[in-house]
Design a protein around this ligand. Structure first.
Ligand code: SF4
Length: 320
């Protein structure tokens, strides 16, 4: 469904071009939920913006190809790309409060998406909007459809955003930190709703998140990003329970366990490098507890590592 091949994104800076995403490749199949995870500034949200061609002004795609169901989206004129966004590509963002139009009734916002991307009009579109409100768990949807967004809780607003995104009947959904602004108790409900609706409709989903805890139940595969590159990719179960890259192991070590006792959470020393200040060799080497001499000068590509793949020299046969 989605194929990103060797994607590169650069930004214009005072000192010249700065590389923000480097040689990123991934593929997502229909019906699959794929997570892109990493700390703030690793390039995961930029990847989502690049594939929707919504990069900020200073940024542009320097290399690679993005294909959606065989369509080369980077070659599309802007008008065609606009039709694709909100249509075949649905989008859900972090802040439902700012994504919804505050002076438009929620029903009108869902109807707008339905009329723009399906054949339904007027009363039929409104009936479909009520149906969608019910599907995303808004109580008394026939009555709530004429509410303004300020009457809804944060969780309800995000449910309405999900209804708007899915009512356009997309094939592919991008959800960028969809639960970050919500209370912890509501996060799990919204994620499980998203997962259920996407499975029912065989959607391909890209879930962008900094929260490893969110992906455990919601996703099939995961790519972990660090400093603009994928450093580990594999089935969620494998990556969570048997991380093969020291950075992923550190991320997992920083998640509080649900049961049992841990004296102290592990943590990764240091911070993610700034844009334009990525160290040579393996970008993680200044923070890595297992750094070796070659890590400082040679950059590893993704290598087979157990059931996953990791960009780490620990998995190069020559290292041993
Ligand atoms: Fe650590 Fe070296 Fe692996 Fe990088 S390549 S993660 S520095 S062991």
């Amino acid at each position: 469904m989605l194929n990103i091949d060797n994607l590169g994104v650069v930004f214009d800076a005072d000192a010249g071009l700065v590389r923000a995403i480097d040689a990123l490749s991934l593929a997502i199949e229909r019906g699959e939920t794929f997570a892109l995870v990493g700390e703030s500034g690793c390039g995961k949200s930029l990847t989502a913006l690049a594939l929707m061609r919504l990069l900020p002004d200073a940024g542009h795609i320097s290399d690679g190809r993005i294909g959606i169901d065989g369509l080369d989206t980077l070659a599309l004129p802007e008008a065609a790309m606009r039709r694709l966004r909100g249509g075949r590509i649905g989008m859900i963002f972090q802040e439902p409060a700012t994504s919804l139009n505050p002076i438009m009734r929620i029903g009108a916002q869902i109807v707008e998406a339905i009329e723009a991307h399906t054949a339904l009009r007027g009363a039929a579109a409104r009936a479909k909007a009520i149906e969608w409100l019910g599907r995303v768990g808004i109580p008394e949807p026939a009555r709530r459809i004429d509410d303004y967004p300020f009457r809804l809780s944060g969780g309800q607003k995000q449910r309405v955003m999900i209804a708007i995104a899915l009512a356009a009947e997309p094939d592919f959904l991008v959800a960028d930190e969809p639960t970050t602004a919500l209370d912890v108790s509501v996060q799990a409900q919204v994620i499980s709703l998203l997962k259920r609706l996407c499975r029912q409709r065989s959607l391909a989903v890209l879930l962008v998140t900094h929260d490893m805890g969110v992906i455990a139940d919601a996703c099939d595969r995961v790519a972990v990003m660090y400093a603009g590159r994928i450093v580990e990719m594999g089935a969620v179960r494998e990556v969570i329970h048997a991380p093969t890259h020291p950075y992923t192991a550190g991320l997992m070590g920083s998640i509080p366990p649900m049961t049992g006792e841990h004296e102290r959470l592990l943590q990764i020393d240091g911070v993610m490098p700034r844009l334009g200040a990525t160290p040579g060799g393996c970008a993680f080497h200044p923070r890595c507890p297992r750094v070796m001499a070659r890590c400082r000068s040679e950059r590893p590509e993704l290598l087979p590592a157990g059931a996953s793949r990791a960009a780490c020299w620990l998995h190069d046969g020559e290292a041993f």
